[in-house]
Design a protein around this ligand. Sequence first.
Ligand SMILES: [Zn+2]
Ligand SMILES: [Zn+2]
Ligand SMILES: [Zn+2]
Length: 254
Amino acid sequence: MSELIFLGTGTSDGVPTIGCNCETCRSKDPKDKRLRSSVFYSSDNAKILIDISPDFRQQALRHNIRWIDAILLTHSHYDHIGGLDEIRSINFIMKKSMPVYGNEEALNELRERYSYIFKRTQEGGGKPQVSLHYINEKSFEINNVIIKPIKIMHGEIPILGYRIEDFAYITDASYIPENSLFELMGLNVLVINALRFEKHPTHFNLEEALKIIQILNPKKAYLTHLTHRFLYKRDKKILPKNVEFAYDGLKIKV
Ligand SMILES: [Zn+2]
Ligand SMILES: [Zn+2]
Ligand SMILES: [Zn+2]
């Protein structure tokens, strides 16, 4: 059995949202506090971080993360890669560079945004050590754990979801191609993004996420990448029986 920790379950601006005074942003319920989305998968063989959010430092401290065998990127928007510089601490512990996996779009953009990492500069500058691994939809292995990348559309950008055995993590999807739906059949646990109630051009809203869950019919589904439009206690009641809102710190078996 492997464990999954939700390090963050918030949308790009996090919850509470700066300057907002809504019921969720004022809520005292810890389940309404959402750092930017990321999950940490750990089995006996491998510890895998999916996306490295701008809140990674806090997330790693909160869960005492000190070893990561690889980082899988869904895409290169800031809320999914903004913590990359913090990987220095893990480099220091592990004494090696961090393998980062992503598709061409994601890694090319990562190179631009973090150009200082890839430029030759003076020694001892305290730069993160990362090695980039370009992947497509072909399966690959990390310490004997088989990872199946799944092609997803985020508006017009092709991004990746990941399936590991009977668990899959999908965030920032607005459309899932038919082939990919086929590859997501028979899941025990599906994590999928649901932004808010209203429609959005580049993210599933709640209704669209529930429709995908209905098609794929996993044993259990968790919603993530949530805005402040969801108040945990009030809105969990409207979800179908096999669906829950994920929340920061939630640990599940996968
Ligand atoms: Zn995002
Ligand atoms: Zn708010
Ligand atoms: Zn995005």
